[in-house]
Every structure is written in structure tokens, then in C-alpha cells.
Design a protein around this ligand. Structure first.
Ligand SMILES: [Zn+2]
Length: 68
């Protein structure tokens, strides 16, 4: 897997912690986005990921660990 750097333009959905590249979250449709987040997380197999369960993630994708 290629290393991914955090870009300043990347925003995260405050509702589901998904990394969003557009104006709204593709997962939950929220426009409640934050640029202040830490902990880049790639969930590939949510069913077998403890952290995905903890964060109630059921879709594979890119997420942030903490969103302010
Ligand atoms: Zn969302």
C-alpha cells in the first residue's frame, strides 16, 4: 500500500469520520465537515477490524481517528 500524506484540503465528515474530497460526505450525505482532524485510517475489511467496530464503521474506506 502506498503511503498517504494528509493534504490540507482534505476534510472529514463529523458524523461518520469519513474522509471527504467533495462538498458532502458520500456515505451519510452530511455537509458537516471538519479540516481539523488527526489519525488517518484506512478500513479495508470492517467486519474483521476491531477499530472499525469501535467506531461503528461498516463501509470500507478512508477515515479519520479523531475529528474536532
Ligand atoms: Zn459522513
Amino acid at each position: 500500500m502506498a503511503p498517504v500524506r494528509k493534504k490540507k484540503s482534505m476534510r472529514v465528515c463529523r458524523e461518520c469520520h469519513k474522509v471527504v474530497e467533495g462538498e458532502a460526505c458520500v456515505t451519510c450525505g452530511s455537509t458537516n465537515l471538519s479540516e481539523d482532524w488527526t489519525g488517518y485510517l484506512v478500513i479495508i475489511d470492517p467486519k474483521n477490524s476491531g477499530i472499525a467496530k469501535q467506531m461503528k464503521i461498516d463501509m470500507p474506506g478512508r477515515y479519520a481517528l479523531k475529528v474536532r
